[in-house]
Design a protein around this ligand. Sequence first.
Ligand code: ADP
Ligand code: ZN
Ligand code: ZN
Length: 745
Amino acid sequence: MIAEVIINSNVRNLNRVFDYNINEEMLPQITIGSRVLVPFGNTKKLEEGFVIGLKETSPFEVKEIAQVEKEQYLDEHKIQLAKWIAKRYFCNIADAIKLFLPPGKITKKIENRIKEKCIQCVFLKKDAEEIEEAIETKQIKSEKQIRILRFLLENEGVTTSDLSVYADASKAVIKTLEKNGFLEIQEKNIDRNPITDREIEKTSNLQFTKEQEEAYQEVAKNIEEESYTSFLLMGVTGSGKTEIYLQLIQKVLEKGKSALVLVPEISLTPQMIYRFASRFGKEKIAILHSKLSVGERYDEWRRIQRKEASIVIGARSAIFAPISNLGIIIIDEEHDSSYQSEMSPRYDAKEIAEYLAKENHIPCVLGSATPSINSFYQTKTGEKTLLVLNKRANHAPLPEVEIVDLRKELANGNRSMFSSRLQEEIAKTLKQKKQTILFLNRRGYSTFIMCRDCGYVAKCKNCNISLTYHAKTNKLKCHYCGFETDCIITCPECGSKKVRYFGTGTQKVEAEVHKLFPEATTIRMDVDTVSQKNSHEKILEAFQKEKIDILIGTQMVVKGHHFPDVTLVGVMAADSSLHMEDYRANERTFDLLVQVAGRAGREGNIPGKVIVQTYNTDSYSIVYAKDQDYLSFYEMEQTIRQSLKYPPFCDIIVLVVSSEKKELAQEVIQKLEKEIRPSLEQLENTYVYSPMPAPIDRIKNKYRFRMIIKCNFGDTIIDTLGNCLEKNKNAKAQIAVYRNPNNMI
Ligand code: ADP
Ligand code: ZN
Ligand code: ZN
């Protein structure tokens, strides 16, 4: 018997099947999906590979499989899906297969760890500042020690074996750090459950409203009949979508099956998990998301695999969890852009969900208050079934939204970022002892710094994009590569001292709040303040428990939290998302505004108020968001997209070629163009644009060229591009293919 083996490598050249002989002894153990070690090339070292096919004979002279792992993570279905992913998202089969493997590289070390009953976890004994100081003062000099401490800052409580796998820490280095008082090692039991240990009160099913009942019944019918349908459940925040999910899951569990719930990473809060745990008990639930330590993720993965958990809640990658007997897939906030991976494999979790739902003959439910234009379009073409909840289940009224024209403010001599209306409302809310959320679409203190005399803008030397000023560290930072440099006071081009900061960040808003309302307490939440594990949750908890007057934050404040005392939401500048170089700018703006408005007066008895400040008062995304009028917004947006040939009417493929050598990158992209243009141009509805330098023409010292193809993505395009990439797999430049990317990079 011959096994077709894919070598576990991301080298493009090795993305093909190699034949190996299976000896008599191994024959009973090897199936499609087996993980094997095989001799490869001229080295003595064995390479890891995956069996993706079996056949009787091979035309080649073949070597023999050396070893087979007992533990099997893959089966024929998963291999099939991995092949589909590799083809559809243009990646190596090995990379697609790895999506299904347990978190972390499988190495001998991890395999051994499984057998340990008790494990050793490493905790820091000093906080971040003390550690940074020790590094700065050269108290710690060794690169290795620094790396381990920094790794621990992000992943406290990892096991010693994880630490050696991921931070390359030897026992000796860990011992030294322990001896010098930087860390301690604790013994822990191996079944760690990331759901907090707080008391969980049991809740039971709520009596559905008529709308909820109708939506529920439609999906329940599919569960009963074991048939596939893709549903779009549209309902404003508070309309009772989650309650429907809970009861659908219950039905699935009663049939002895499991459920998968995907939510955006930042919505996966303890509050949210608690709602599921309080209905089903925490033992039944497994959580998968990137904030968990590697060890925790591994444990959760194992619990799913051993069928101990029948409800899996997770972010995007949980779609690959080893769930058996799947009964329903639910994707909440389906409009969220995080369901599409920006790193290779650039898969779309919603597409994978549809694939799995079809394969398992089960329903797939996508829920949102503001469905993506794509999903809503599919309800018109019949690919999806629309379910609508028009009313709020808890009868809380929708907040009143007021639009303020910032151009008029300026004309009236108000140069502050706060319009007079917003100032009035903040003052009123402070008086009522209620809370305010101020939302803005940015991060950092200012977006960029510029010389007012000569126009010089400080840019990253690796990426050619403007550096962002961070007030806390007084540094300029590149958000693409992390490059950091001291802040400039004089212009390096002309020597002028008139270097100014432009743009508005959370820190600047906070500073101005303190000026206008010295008595108000404030708290900030943005990417900089939440980088440590859990601090996202800590900030929100502090805001609520300590009754802080004003929360100032970026995108993150928008996601599903209940703040009964928030009666005012101020949107500082609604337009900032309108100026993105992205065909979805209006969609993003509409989503954000509707969601942010949903934060005001959700349950309180004082009606909520939302003030939206903008320079574009008549932009349709802002006008329709004011009335939460999704349908009118959709009609407008679809007309525009149809005429401009944007998704869902056309797909946008972006080919990016990058290399440290500019000429090489250019040469390769021109070659690709030459090869694909003739065959693509024969297709209907397909436009091939000439290669150009990418908008960000350099990232991490690599020059970037891009080429755009507008087309109807499907088998023909997949084959043409796939063949072209195959032909050029030896090219010295990197080639990446993006489909409808979230940023037009
Ligand atoms: P969504 O997920 O659409 O935001 P939720 O399911 O969270 O909505 O419901 C919003 C609030 O209304 C929650 O506090 C929930 O407990 C309550 N709720 C949901 N359905 C009902 C119902 N049928 N009767 C009473 N309250 C309900
Ligand atoms: Zn200058
Ligand atoms: Zn950079």
